[in-house]
Design a protein around this ligand. Structure first.
Ligand SMILES: Nc1ncnc2c1ncn2[C@@H]1O[C@H](COP(=O)(O)OP(=O)(O)OP(=O)(O)O)[C@@H](O)[C@H]1O
Ligand SMILES: [Mg+2]
Length: 334
């Protein structure tokens, strides 16, 4: 649905060059929620602005719904861009217009006739749960309600793709949860493909099917969230499940175990302890719901060096768990 290849964007000015996006490849499948996570200055907003051509990339390709956006001009490009909605951190509402007036605005720009416009505005307000506030002005509604207006406005042109630039960053946790639930619901009901950027782990945890971590204009990791969580050394896994710093002791094996889906129901720690008569020491861990799936990470210590635990480690891996050995020096690399 969204396909980005080797995207590069350099800002030039006053003898200074900033490579904001430095060769990003990204595929977002139809109907998927994809999150890009990164610190301030990583290039997230620039990436998003290159996807809807608010910024023209220096290099690369942006293909949405099979159309190469950089090859389009004039009316064709305008129509393609109408198929891409966008929401922002600071909502960007017009203070002089009511809630309904704000949602009507893009429809006016598109030249939708008055009667049809009124009908569409009513539908959109219903969709985001704001029917009762149609006549209110932005100054009189809450942040969460403002973002609902932003979402309704972004959906006015019936886009297939929604881009979200830190849409929940200025909201409190409870309101964030309700906006994320709304986005998830719209994604499911309308089959909307969502590309969102955020610096909040919680956003990824709640609604993303896939995610990428962006740093200095590049993706350092990217893929389906459950897969990233099980990948050794994943920054996303560390962020979602902070474990104590690994301090392997001599004569022991320190491991981090990630389990998803079916494996979460299995009492594998007690099974391991029973089968091999070992005392398993649990040093830390957490189980969370990520993208509607139960995922957990545990830090465990087993007596004996890694080579002595070969059978135990194989048992855990055969049970469908991802196992990372934190003191692998003496174990054959695998
Ligand atoms: N219009 C611009 N002109 C020049 N440099 C820019 C411009 N916009 C962004 N940059 C630079 O590009 C880099 C990436 O900026 P960008 O806004 O994409 O980061 P971000 O990941 O969205 O950060 P934040 O989380 O703070 O929003 C930064 O170094 C920034 O200073
Ligand atoms: Mg930004």
């Amino acid at each position: 649905m969204i396909q980005i290849e080797k995207l590069r964007k350099v800002y030039r000015g006053r003898g200074r060059e900033v490579t904001a996006v430095d060769g990003v490849d990204l595929t977002v499948a139809e109907g998927e929620v994809f999150g890009v996570l990164g610190r301030s200055g990583a290039g997230k907003s620039t990436l998003l602005r290159c996807v809807n051509l608010l910024e023209r990339p220096d290099e690369g390709r942006v293909v949405i719904g099979g159309r190469d956006l950089l090859a389009l001009r004039g009316g064709e490009l305008r129509r393609a861009r109408q198929g891409i909605g966008m929401i922002h951190q600071h909502f960007g509402l017009l203070g002089s217009r009511t809630v309904a007036g704000n949602v009507a605005f893009p429809l006016e720009v598109m030249g939708v006739p008055r009667a049809e416009r009124a009908k569409r505005v009513a539908e959109l307000l219903e969709l985001v749960g704001l029917t009762e506030h149609a006549g209110a002005y932005p100054a009189r509604i809450s942040g969460g309600q403002k973002q609902r207006v932003g979402i309704a406005r972004a959906l006015a042109g019936r886009p297939r793709v929604l881009l979200s630039d830190e849409a929940t960053s200025s909201l409190d946790p409870e309101t964030t949860a309700s906006i994320l639930a709304l986005l998830r619901d719209l994604n499911r009901r309308l089959g909307l493909t969502v590309l969102l950027i955020t610096h909040e782990m919680d956003v990824v945890k709640r609604i993303c099917d896939s995610a990428a971590v962006m740093r200095d204009g590049r993706f350092t990791e990217s893929g389906p969230v459950p897969e990233l969580l099980a990948r050794p050394g994943s920054e996303l896994a560390r962020g979602l499940f902070p474990l104590p710093p690994a301090e392997p002791r001599d004569g022991s094996t320190l491991i981090e175990v990630t389990f998803t889906g079916g494996a979460t129901g299995e009492p594998f720690v007690s099974a391991l302890a029973r089968k091999y008569s070992v005392d398993v020491n649990i040093l830390g861990g957490a189980v969370e719901t990520v993208g509607g799936e139960r995922v957990g990470r545990l830090q465990l210590e087993l007596p004996g060096d890694p080579p002595q635990n070969a059978a135990q480690l194989a048992f855990l891996r055969e049970s469908g768990l991802a196992v990372e050995i934190k003191n692998p020096d003496r174990e054959d690399a695998r």
